[in-house]
Design a protein around this ligand. Structure first.
Ligand SMILES: Nc1ncnc2c1ncn2[C@@H]1O[C@H](COP(=O)(O)OP(=O)(O)O)[C@@H](O)[C@H]1O
Ligand SMILES: [Mg+2]
Length: 496
């Protein structure tokens, strides 16, 4: 079916450049063995061939041992390269790419098996299977990224050029032994990812957002903007979202705190979730939406759909970036404004970044109680400042006092999430917005996370403390919903 290859668009460059990395076969005795087994001090060809960086990249933080992903031996990589060479000599990869994945994989499987028997390569069935898988990943999938994408415990994948791939696991960033053959292969894979959303990355348009079929969010920034090869960042989509119970088990919040959050969610209190990147804002927003009643009409607006609401009456909306001609963009503001014409009871905004802040506040102010959103800020106070500056920068030309009054009139509670330096995620504040006094917005904390110190392993010790407020400002609302008893009990227990 596939003749000898002609010009192949997608053929990875010279596979003779085997991966230079020497992964040790086993984890435990790895260190000394690995050093001895790499006798040639000469640079591996792949590195020599790659364009030398104009300025040497800074040494990465703490030169810790890279984490081994799917330990493979040098022999394995050599065999794979030989077989890969023979494969791309035999088939036209660009034609192969036009088949559906299953047929293409079948095709590859047949040819590879044939090559193995012709070349009389000795390998076990298991090795042969993993070789087939690797080759299919390279040709059809996301190559060296596949084993990382398959792991559910990884939150983020960060590729800084072809030879440095980091992952975030359990709140900590680690270097891995995953490498791309060269920057060419990395760019091919970036291209493959973004082409799925009808985009292209190249020198002319080197920045691109995209999404993997599983919902993971991707950002690519390519050379020349990214100096040492393309930088690819993937926020993995978690199928099994954490629940409020998980957050309690992880000590991200105390059980009493969680109950107060439940009351906040159920009693339709307007809430902003604030936090840094990866602090758990979206996760927390998802948990908070779990307290929405099933008879409410909810509309969600997101840049990339991440929320998983369980209620039956939900409309999910997503923004759209402009196409290659710069047209067709639908912004968050467009969505939030449109929402208001859709008879929503609650509006949930995945991330508030710009002028849509105004529309969300208006919605909160005009009977869409219990609306929620997240924003990027490091404290509740900073969150309020950010909302104000988003409105100011949106060109609404309102006096600061008016904006502040609008903020106070709409936002009831700010929940602050943080990723601490030990990698743990905590809710550090549950704060009420009370009113204004002159030019200042007055807030009151209901809960705070108090850090005591660190244990020997560097884990941060601390606890959630109630600030002793027995009657929060949303007390009457809780009473209206018949939850004041629960609220009193939770606050009471938290105060002990
Ligand atoms: N409380 C938590 N404990 C442990 N992991 C968490 C917690 N909250 C979030 N995570 C994980 O952290 C990663 C980032 O969370 P996410 O909610 O997307 O952050 P953000 O929206 O602030 O960028 C996800 O993989 C998520 O599962
Ligand atoms: Mg988020």
């Amino acid at each position: 079916m596939f003749g000898r290859r002609t010009a192949s668009v997608d053929a990875p460059a010279a596979p003779a450049q085997a991966r230079p990395k020497k992964p040790a076969p086993q984890k435990a005795p790895a260190k000394p063995a690995a050093k001895k087994a790499a006798p040639k001090p000469a640079k591996p060809p792949a590195e020599a061939a790659a364009a030398p960086p104009r300025i040497a990249p800074p040494p990465e933080a703490a030169s810790a041992q890279p984490v081994e992903i799917g330990g493979r031996s040098d022999e394995y990589f050599q065999t794979k390269t030989t077989i890969f060479n023979a494969l791309i000599d035999t088939i036209d990869l660009s034609q192969l790419a036009q088949l559906d994945t299953e047929s293409a994989a079948e095709e590859i499987r047949d040819i590879v098996n044939e090559i193995i028997s012709i070349k009389n390569v000795q390998m076990s069935i298991a090795e042969q299977e993993s070789l087939l898988q690797d080759i299919c990943n390279d040709v059809l999938g996301y190559g060296p990224l596949e084993p990382l994408l398959a792991r559910d415990d990884i939150a983020d994948i960060m590729v800084n050029g072809s030879s440095r791939v980091f992952i975030e696991v359990g709140g900590k960033i680690q270097l891995t032994n995953v490498r791309f053959r060269d920057n060419g292969q990395l760019m091919n894979i970036c291209q493959r990812i973004v082409s799925q959303v009808g985009r292209r990355v190249d020198e002319a348009s080197p920045i691109c957002d995209a999404r993997l079929p599983d919902g993971s969010r991707v950002n690519v920034i390519a050379p020349p903007l990214s100096i040492d090869g393309a930088a690819l960042t993937i926020r993995k989509f978690k199928k099994d979202k954490l629940t409020m119970n998980d957050l309690v088990n992880f000590q991200s919040i105390s059980p009493e705190g969680a109950r107060v959050l439940e009351i906040i969610g159920a009693c339709r209190i307007n809430t902003l979730i604030s936090g840094g990147t990866g602090s758990g804002k979206t996760t927390l927003l998802n948990c908070m939406t779990g307290f929405i009643e099933h008879d409410e009409r909810v509309i969600t607006c997101e840049d990339a759909a991440e929320l998983q609401l369980q209620q039956p009456h939900v409309v999910r909306l997503e923004t759209r970036p402009p196409n290659l001609e710069g047209q067709g963009e639908v912004t968050m503001r467009d969505l939030v404004k449109n929402c208001l014409r859709m008879r929503p009871e609650r509006i949930i905004v995945g991330e508030v970044r710009g002028p849509e802040a105004f529309d969300l506040l208006q919605a909160m102010n005009t009977g869409h109680d219990g609306s929620m959103g997240t924003l990027h800020a490091n404290s509740p106070r900073e969150a309020l400042q950010r909302v104000e500056s988003m409105i100011t920068m949106g060109g609404y030309n309102l006096p600061s006092k008016t904006i502040k009054e609008m903020i106070v009139g709409s936002i009831d509670v700010i929940i602050q999430a943080a990723r601490l330096r030990d990698g743990s995620r905590r809710i550090t504040h549950v704060t009420e917005v009370l009113g204004t006094e002159g030019d200042t917005i007055i807030t009151q904390d209901l809960f705070i996370y108090d850090m005591d110190g660190e244990d020997e392993e560097g884990n941060i010790a601390g606890r959630h403390k109630s600030t002793g407020i027995a009657r929060p400002a949303f007390w009457d609302r809780a009473r209206y919903y018949g939850r004041e008893g629960d609220l009193a009990t939770a606050l009471d227990q938290a105060a002990d």
